[in-house]
Unconditional design. Structure first.
Lengths: 329, 329
DNA sequence: TTGAAAGCGCTACCAA
DNA sequence: TTGGTAGCGCTTTCAA
């Protein structure tokens, strides 16, 4: 790799001049700049980011911490972050915390050690304490507001809407899937749903899932129909869970949505590919990612923030696992 | 952040000594080492990877280039890579090339500029020429053998098996989904299938998909039933495509697998959650990721390679979108 | 067994 | 408008 000295030599100027040309800083004669640029071209020179970062104590890297890259919700989030960062010339180091605090801490260390200029964290079960006393800003993504800046969707409203839509469509014996206790976002949507259900004269049961993995989703699905065979409506804690329920219901010959309605949560891409296509509460994952990136960039650029906690709306996506609502309902 | 000087001062030794303690290099008195370690503890010192990297021209970072993080096959691959790297104290910078050569090249530059010690690339449509003349090793993942080290699954065999299993189960008018022309892996499985089909007296049609995205999958699904309504077997180019076909078939009241059999490719996690669960050709994505990581680490460590092109086997996963094979078949 | 010092490639200050 | 140079935090000679 060519260095700044090679460029300087080739252009017949000093490294200081090359540096100025590179960064558009300080005075530089137009002819000199041309000379330098030509040399850069010819050598295909790219500045060494490591050296730059060492001096400035700032890289062009952003750390993105994901709880589980296998859950399709998070890649979607990541794409939003990435696209926004890309447009600002910033790069991502993606860390997959695997829902393990140890890995999360390790990644935070890695981020520090590599002079990232900011972190976006979408992990959700850990204390925020690891994020205190850092030399760079942190934005939380998919995590409800706290003292740190954050971007999240309205879980309480999401749960509430799910309950309303389900009840409106006539389910009377609803089973609620409660996501992992330690996940605040999972609990929000759960609370939103349960609070709303309590306003109506309907029966309900609750099943708690230990995690958001595929395996647990399948396990819970089997259990549900044994424990609560009378269920005529399921409000799932996420789309993966809903897909598993749907699968198991069909396997048992239960007709969806006639005998059993299902509402998911997230609206991951696969939801519309299920059959019947999954009705769900949509979180705007891609937009959430983009917003988080924007917010972080604003903080990095020291701009005045209008809002440091951004809540995005959720919407009910009506597909085929819920019945058509009665017109005169 | 504490620096090596802070540690040296606290321990009452020179920075050179601290460095030696840190890296287990050269002589160092046991008592001195204790002293240093204590200081490190107390200051919660972590070496600055950037400075280290600048001097050594080597970081502890690995670049992983993915074509499309939204396609569930790739996160699975990424997890395999990550887990193996993690165990060796190496970190990942994941870049999402978005199937755009420009982005791919940008990421390669970023990787270079950040002194990665190696790249694993799972992109598939670009010339390998961007990967020549790098100062660090490159391993290709999910890309068939070439002069570079690579890890891939046997696409030809996969296509062949798909065709065999489908024909064995009685489909006579098969439609083959052909993945993007520029994707070698997609073409391998396609060729494998078509070569095999030609050995039998069955009709077949081909439809080409422009990409592996959700949108294109849905589009193709609709088209297929209009163009080739007589189809009684679909060999899809990947599971996403198969899911879309399945969805559309059920929507049209076509019974699967009785009237239409479907075989996917990849075995992404969602495949078993579909209903009927998707029969598919499994690529061992997680293992492929791990193998690629192992291979890269071997090269970095300058170990003798037994094989520089590792081919992993594919297997037919029989689920419910194919009929039971006749015993006396 | 330890320490002083050079140098990795870059930026930014100060002097010319 | 330009160039010389110190220094970012670390590793690695070389000398003590």
């Amino acid at each position: 790799m060519a260095t700044i000295r090679d460029v300087a030599k080739k252009a017949g100027v000093s490294v200081a001049t090359v540096s100025r040309a590179l960064n558009d800083k300080g005075y530089i004669h137009e002819d000199t700049r041309k000379l330098v640029e030509k040399a850069i071209q010819e050598l295909n020179y790219k500045p060494n980011e490591v050296a730059r970062s060492l001096y400035k104590k700032k890289s062009r890297l952003i750390g993105l911490l994901l709880p589980d890259i296998r859950n399709p919700f998070f890649p979607e989030l990541a794409r939003g972050v990435e696209d926004e960062m890309q447009e600002h010339g910033l790069r991502l180091i993606i860390g997959n915390a695997d829902e393990k605090p140890k890995k999360e801490i390790d990644y935070i260390d890695t981020f520090k050690q590599n002079n990232v200029i900011g972190i976006i964290s979408a992990t959700n079960q850990t204390e925020t304490s690891h994020y205190e006393n850092l030399d760079f800003p942190v934005v939380f993504l998919d995590r409800t507001a706290n003292e740190h800046p954050s971007v999240y969707a309205d879980g309480l409203a999401g749960g509430k809407i799910a309950a309303q839509e389900m009840i409106k469509r006539g389910s009377k014996r609803i089973t609620l899937l409660r996501g992992p206790i330690e996940l605040r976002t999972a609990q929000d949507r759960f609370k939103g749903a349960i609070n709303e259900i309590c306003n109506y004269n309907v029966n309900f049961n609750v099943m708690t899932t230990a995690s958001f993995t595929f395996d647990d989703a399948e396990k819970i699905a089997k259990e549900l129909f044994e424990k609560f065979p009378e269920t005529d409506g399921v409000i799932a804690s996420n789309d993966l869970g809903a897909a598993a329920i749907l699968h198991e219901a069909l396997r048992r010959g239960i007709s969806v949505p006639d005998e059993l309605q299902i509402i998911g949560y997230d609206d991951i891409p696969l939801s519309s590919l299920l059959y019947p296509a999954l009705s769900t509460i949509r979180q705007p994952a891609y937009d959430m990612g983009r917003e988080a990136a924007k917010l972080l960039i604003q903080i990095i650029d020291d701009e005045k923030l209008e809002h440091k906690n951004i809540q995005l709306p959720v919407t009910f996506i009506e597909r085929q696992t819920t019945r058509k609502v009665e017109e005169n309902g």
